[in-house]
Write a protein that binds this ligand. Sequence first.
Ligand code: PEP
Ligand code: MG
Length: 548
Amino acid sequence: MTEASRNGFQKEAVFKGLTLSKGIAIARVCRFNEKRHSNMEIYKVSGEGLDREVSRVRRAAEVAAERVEAIRKETEEKIGKAEAEIFSAHRMILEDHSLLQAIEDLIRKKGTNAEAAVMAVLDSYEARMRQIDDEYLQDRAGDFVEIKNRLLDILRNTNPAFQCVDLAHCQRGKNRIVVSTELTPGMTVELDTSHTMGFVTERGGSNSHAAILARALGIPAVSGIPDIHAEIACGAEIAINGDEGEVILWPSEKTVARLKKMAGGIVRVPSAVDPVDGFAVMANINLASELDEATSMRADGIGLYRTEYEFITAGRFLSEDEQYERYSQVVKGMQGKPVIFRLFDAGGDKPLPFLESGHEENPALGYRGGRLLLGHEKLFATQARAMARASVHGEVLAMYPMVVDLEQFILLRSLFLESAAGIDSNVKHGVMFEVPSACLDARKIMREADFASIGTNDLIQYLFAVDRNNALVAYDYSPKRALLWKMIGSMVRACQSQGKSISVCGEIAGDPKYIKKLMKKGVRAVSVSPRLVTGARVAALEAIEKAK
Ligand code: PEP
Ligand code: MG
């Protein structure tokens, strides 16, 4: 397992497994609830009760066989005849007289209920298959697990298709990477596979029926990762590198970029969903070339364009025209939706070799953000002019990074306006709230600024004096701290009191578990990595539904 830091609190971790189905997927986790039958009620029966339990099993087997037949037909249509045969085999097992007889015998001999007998008999079939010294037959063991679960679901009247362990994140596998102990064929087909991004399992060989199906459906899948449930929580972001049998928990931006490059752009990411009324989900981008990712997710705008990455990628300063070309491409592409340009925010954790700032003892508190802009007038002026020119194509908002107080904001804005004088533009000027001194004075600042966005990545770092990139102190870098939320609430109120808009663009906005909390604090707009737009929208919709 390797480790690298990702925004301080989400650690990248790499697990090596076995490729079941090639391809690359990046999405949130939905854990399949295989333990749903673990607390099965076991009780004694006698007399007429025995007959009742036997007929319950027979009826369940009939219903299961009908269901399996329907899945067989669906598989034949969706995938192919050969793959559909898997379910013919399941049906034969369900109709097999010796299986039903074994269950009936157990009920009568032990005086036990139908569920207990089904479990005992099918567990013993599964165990026997696993002991056979033949990889192909071992892989068939999963079929008995599936048949057992199917019968138990019918007997217990539980939902057979999908149950997530943690309902707060459950989308029944939709737009998710499904994590389970074993990928059974029925699960593979019964899930809405057109919306399932990938599979990660503890066991299951490449000959298992499920692996065959995953390959046929073109869904990346990796298995052979022991105790995966203990490592990966519902809602966590993971990447599957099916080509190399790797699963990467909380992949860093660098890893995501590498995987995308490897896949030549063919990455399964969540499909777009409709915008949510009253809750804007915009996209964070670093380069103009990422515009397509934002538009394909139907983002409500660009809530954070980290313009410094254009310079980092180019490895040099960019001229006003070069910047204009990139900026106008984004503004035009967003077709009137807002584009928030974060002005050059190098320094600190993003040193630039071509930017001579000398050695700094404490770069996080040094020559960066607004300070650096004020010290590099030419760089600032070219950015300002390029943005002002791009504003003829749509809604351009200029956001100043690491603003420390009102005076600094006013200075930055006046320099921008001075530089862009003579250009017919309509740029709005806003503050990135990520330094506590500015956050504490939000009300005063918002009388002047047109809008604000909360950068929680740095805000957590500076508020709690904890390095966002230091693995040693990562345990202390937590978005759960009450004071952070108190501060978010007060900034939202400060903006509301002045009738100004505010969004949240730090990593917490991309984590569905914080969306509801942000909404409770009055946040009505977030900006997240393009591939997390769908997840944020789904979480917002869930919160709206629950509040009804
Ligand atoms: C932030 O600080 O929260 C933020 C969004 O900006 P960056 O991660 O680029 O510092
Ligand atoms: Mg920041």
